[in-house]
Design a protein around this ligand. Structure first.
Ligand SMILES: [Zn+2]
Length: 391
């Protein structure tokens, strides 16, 4: 089936919307046309004729494809950081259909001169746009800012199609004043910004404390729980209180700081600002199930309803990042993950099972209305599996 075909997914047992204000939808059928969601509802009320592809969900849960807000891709489905092949395909098997680069920092010999870093960002944006590993949307081309950049450089980058900035702090700019000026230029030309929050990640990166984060004023407080070294608790609480930016919690961070961020955000009624990433590949390796693990961690130890935790990795990220994915809503990209309670995992339902700290089993992924994977090779096996049936 091509991207222009009609896809019907019927017999959905539980439909998670990705929207934190209403995480569960009363529907059992989703139709996509041309790779976009066209209709959602009860199958009996929808026109399901003319489908090129029909998926019988077999009563499993459908959610928006998960978004990893913080990855460090380099080229294709290979990472030099841990000499690993097919890490993106493995992550798709963990339900992630969109990844957002926080900088292609693991490129050996990464250029740090201004013309060179601009050229690499533009090239990285292109090669992931032109060749999606296993269909995964890798939003890349995120330059790491260096001293000496001027407003015209950001205009040049934006004109060339660059929409992201790499983590501030991985380059020579580590002071709030310079960062704030460059973030302002980036924002003027539609480039989103993020920052490395916390202690150095690997030799060569630096400390970014709360004062630098606040002065920089990025759109995303990158790994607010550290990558891996977190800021002291009072600084994390201060960032939660002060920022209207996305509060990004990552797998490669400090788990206790993750829970502190979650609990603080909840007290401040800011759970809609919480988004999730892995920060992989990194020194900690790659985490094909990292986003599912964060959902289970925050739901179980952070006492958040599983359907709400899923929103952290879908609709919240889509809204904070201005993406057309991440929510089950007409007109959005038809990117889905179908999953069910894992075999022999405790809990009466998939949601209760996640709230008890268990991972769900992924049974299928769909991107732009096209089935990309069947039963995950990485998650625990799901109780029930969706199936493509004759149209
Ligand atoms: Zn970082």
């Amino acid at each position: 089936m091509g991207e222009t075909g009609t896809l019907v997914i019927r017999n959905i047992g539980l439909l998670l919307s990705g929207k934190i204000e209403q995480p569960i939808l009363d529907a059992d059928c989703v139709i996509s046309e041309g790779g976009r969601i066209a209709a959602i509802g009860r199958e009996a009320d929808l026109d399901t004729t003319g489908a090129e592809t029909v998926v019988d969900a077999k009563g499993v849960t459908l959610a928006p494809g998960l978004i990893d807000s913080h990855v460090h891709p380099v080229v294709g489905d290979y990472t030099p950081r841990q000499q690993q092949l097919h890490w993106i395909d493995s992550t798709l098997n963990g339900g992630v259909t969109t990844m957002i680069s926080a900088g292609e920092v693991h490129m050996p010999g990464r250029p740090k001169d201004i013309v060179g870093l601009k050229a690499m960002a533009i090239a990285a944006q292109r090669w992931y746009e032109n060749a999606r590993p296993s269909g995964v949307k890798v939003l890349a081309g995120a330059p790491v800012i260096e001293h000496g950049m001027e407003e015209q450089d950001f205009k040049d980058l934006a004109d060339a199609g660059v929409t992201l900035m790499g983590e501030i702090g991985l380059g020579s700019v580590k002071d709030g004043a310079t960062a704030g000026t460059m973030v302002g230029w980036a924002r003027k030309y539609g480039i989103q910004s993020t920052i490395h929050t916390g202690g150095p990640s690997i030799p060569g990166s630096g400390l970014i404390d709360k004062d630098v984060v606040l002065e920089a004023g990025t759109d995303v407080v990158g790994h607010i729980n550290g990558g891996h070294s977190a800021l002291p608790d009072d600084q994390i609480v201060c960032l939660c209180e002060s920022c209207r930016a996305a509060l990004e919690i990552v797998h490669n961070g400090n788990e206790r700081a993750a829970l502190l961020t979650l609990n603080t955000a909840r007290e401040l009624d800011k759970l809609d600002q919480v988004i999730l990433g892995t920060d992989g590949p990194a020194g900690s390796g790659v985490q094909p199930l990292g986003i599912l693990r964060m959902i289970a961690l925050l739901s179980s130890l952070g006492t958040v309803a599983a359907e709400t935790a899923v929103c952290f990795a879908t609709g919240n990220t889509a809204r904070m990042r201005k993406l057309d994915v991440g929510m089950i809503e007409p007109g959005r990209a038809a990117d889905f993950v179908l999953m069910d309670q894992a075999q022999h995992a405790p809990g009466k339902t998939i949601l209760e099972s996640i709230q008890l700290g268990n991972l769900p089993g992924v049974g299928m992924t769909i991107i732009d209305g096209v089935v990309r994977t069947g039963r995950s090779r990485n998650t625990p096996p799901a109780q029930r599996l969706p199936e493509v049936i004759p149209a």
